[in-house]
Ligand binder design. Structure first.
Ligand code: ADP
Ligand code: MG
Length: 289
């Protein structure tokens, strides 16, 4: 079964004037169809206003399609009876960790979710421990969240979602408010969840370097899916990415420019290591017999 299956999802925000008359309709998601398989690491990219957050909120049943359908683990989000099960299956982490942390002590904060779900006390503590360990924050369990850095707070928010034992975690620009160290720590924790725990991850970001390890990338533009493929496939299409106003990584651009000038470098270079390897091949060509 697909973890997420979207078919022709359309979402319209309706603008009304003071009397409640419709002033205009903004189609934020425009016929999006996509599949997410269990255990996949999916990245969603796109310029501001391209509809990423609006789409993500459908997976958590915060918003429902105006047209089309979206299923989470086989449950149609239009089915009101499934609302809580859907929200438990697909947990969401937002941009600002300060809006997500409510506890006075880290472990208490992480325990809120399972407590509200009626999980027995002993199991709550087991879940809190395992979740904090999974994001590398166990040693901070007795700390006050207020004293943590942005990156640490965001990892506590992630632990709070994990403690509800979701099958899928959606992160909507979780690193946007963090410094480079905090960003790296959060991404490392998210990758470990996916690789070690087999958790399905949907990461929305505009930092290109965060999507290098994704299994699949979707690029959104004006509510539509404009590009999809592996990171390598997507990053091979430099001109299209630029046209969609996305910042292509420096090393990808450099490789692209060299390739355009005739050097035999493959498309879709993503890392400095890969680039260096290709340049070394040029310096030491394999001798032909
Ligand atoms: P992204 O997350 O890619 O920046 P959003 O999903 O937030 O994009 O926004 C998509 C479009 O929907 C934008 O045009 C935005 O202005 C509009 N939009 C977002 N939230 C609302 C809202 N609450 N009411 C009306 N329009 C909205
Ligand atoms: Mg957004």
């Amino acid at each position: 079964m697909k973890t997420v299956k979207a078919r022709n999802v359309v979402f319209e925000y309706i603008r009304r004037d003071e009397e409640g008359n419709v002033e205009g309709i903004n189609t934020a998601v425009d016929h999006v169809s996509l599949d997410v398989n269990p255990g996949e690491f999916i990245a969603i990219l796109g310029h501001n206003g391209s509809g990423k957050s609006t789409f993500a909120k459908h997976i958590n049943a915060i918003l429902y399609p105006t047209e089309g359908n979206l299923w989470v683990d086989g449950m149609d989000t239009l089915d009101e009876e499934k609302l809580w099960e859907i929200r438990q299956t697909a947990g969401m982490v937002f941009q600002n960790p300060d809006n997500q942390i409510i506890g006075q002590v880290v472990e208490e904060d992480v325990g809120f979710g399972p407590e509200n779900m009626g999980v027995p006390t002993k199991e709550i503590w087991e879940r809190v421990e395992e979740s904090l360990k999974a994001v590398g924050m166990y040693e901070y369990r007795k700390h006050s969240p207020n004293k943590l850095s942005g990156g640490q707070k965001q990892r506590v928010s992630i632990a709070g979602v994990l403690a509800m034992h979701p099958k899928c975690i959606i992160l909507d620009e979780p690193t946007a408010m963090l410094d480079p160290n905090g960003r790296a720590d959060v991404i490392r924790a998210v990758r470990a969840l996916n690789e070690v725990e087999g958790m399905t991850v949907i990461l929305i970001t505009h930092y290109m370097e965060e999507i290098i390890h994704a299994d699949k990338v979707f690029v959104m533009d004006k509510g539509k899916i404009a590009m999809e493929g592996t990171p390598k496939e997507v990053f091979s299409r430099v001109e299209e990415l630029k046209a969609l106003r996305l910042d292509v990584p420096q090393v990808t651009l450099l490789a692209y420019e060299l390739q355009k000038r005739g050097l035999p470098i493959p498309k879709g270079i993503l890392t400095t290591e890969e680039f260096t390897r290709e340049i070394q091949k040029l310096r030491n060509p394999v001798r032909r017999a």
